[in-house]
Design a protein around this ligand. Sequence first.
Ligand SMILES: *[C@@H]1O[C@H](CO)[C@@H](O)[C@H](O)[C@H]1NC(C)=O
Length: 502
Amino acid sequence: MDAILTPNWGLVLLISPFLFLIAVGIRNRYFHPLSCFPGPFLASTGPLYSMWASNTGREHEIIASLHKKYGPIVRYQSDMLQFAEAGMVPVIYSRYANKTEFNRINLPGQVPGVAGLIEHKEHSARRKQIASMYSMSAAKQVEDMVDMRIMEFKSRVREKYVGVGKKLDFARWTQYFAYDVISEVAFGKPLGFMASNSDVHNLIASAHNGLVVLVTLARSDWLKKAVRHPLVMKYFTPAMSKETGIGRLLEERDTIVAERINEQSTGAHIGKRADLMQHLLNTRDTAAPLTLNEIKAELLVVMFAGSDTTAATLRGILLNLLHTPSYYQTLISEIDAYTAARPPFSVISYDDAYALPYLTACIKESMRFSPATPSILPRYPNKGGLTLADGRYIPEFTKMTVNARVCQRDPKVYGEDADVYNPQRWLEGGDKVREMERHDIHFGAGSRTCLGKNIAYLELWKMTFEFFRTFKPTIVEPEKMTIRNIGLLVHDKLYVQLEERA
Ligand SMILES: *[C@@H]1O[C@H](CO)[C@@H](O)[C@H](O)[C@H]1NC(C)=O
């Protein structure tokens, strides 16, 4: 009798957190301002559903099927709405939209770079300081670096694979290429991925491992804050080894920056080419100087945001073209006609490559059809929230997002055949192309578009032209290839057999 009447405090203590979570879940599901938006039950209770989806490695497919089932607006977390219509892109990514906790990406002990600044005012101030370094004219100053890496790619691939009839893992080699280009553009010298035919310092693997955890945990503001707490960080810090991975990159970055500052003070750097580090350091003599920590933060962002994404885009281009032989043939004819009309050259200029209509159509269509980062990209509505055309109200605290893979296939903007790869749609010109461009979110949208876009364009256009001009690829052992969405698409074992083209 007593046992029933006297509360078992131990048990109460044990189950009360669960009761609390259940209460929060019920409130989120039934008594929440977003309750009027449909979605999976679990998604409406908190972040668990989206964490699960992120962790499956095929989040874009899950989001696409949610829209099929629930319509163009899906409640994807208790406080997050997922939009399928491309028409929402200009609304969500409006000029003053703040980012959310999800985007706070700086590593422990590091200040955020431009991409990690949440608040739009802070972001636009930083962006003003550095935007000119990423303009197309600035990107063209490093065009010769890209050329050298393309030539290195061609000669190493020739020697190690084509000459000896070995299959090439295009997935790995696009990563090596992109990481070498970016390290050279950022620091003035490639880290040597292609030269060593290996993942230098295990950098790529550790970036991917870190990203998997980050993209999943970051769905919960609460968990995100918890893991960033100094006490928890202290526990994780030993994992940031100085021998390999990101820890090693931080070490190297700091050494290279210190060396450059030293060279600068002795005048030894004069005459060296202007890499990004130099441009960033030069701001220190202007009215809007960056601190040393901010400079280092920008370099880190460039290194990670600018490499895997370009590699994933190159893989998408190859796969899309090899799966549609008639488009591939049309592209080859354009490449050959261009080449035949000129004296021999080693790497096509960016301006010439971008002026080739079919090449440009193939690349843009691939970015539309197979975006490199089909993840979430959340923003808060402007002050006062947002009222939709149907009268439903989205309060200020709501996170709004689209998935690039879904909204870049919206038939209202891209046409009835939006679900197929068809470069032709970019050749129609006029308003249609402008509309497609306005709603494209491959490099983000609004005032937050990717600063590295111009450098990426340079790499994508030149590399695509040169790769297909030089080699004839055939996919082999296609069943071995895997694709994981870890916030960006990571292909593995994308084997091609290459023949040298005459
Ligand atoms: C963005 O965030 C800042 C800081 O929290 C806030 O003051 C500002 O009002 C927000 N902007 C909008 C448009 O909501």
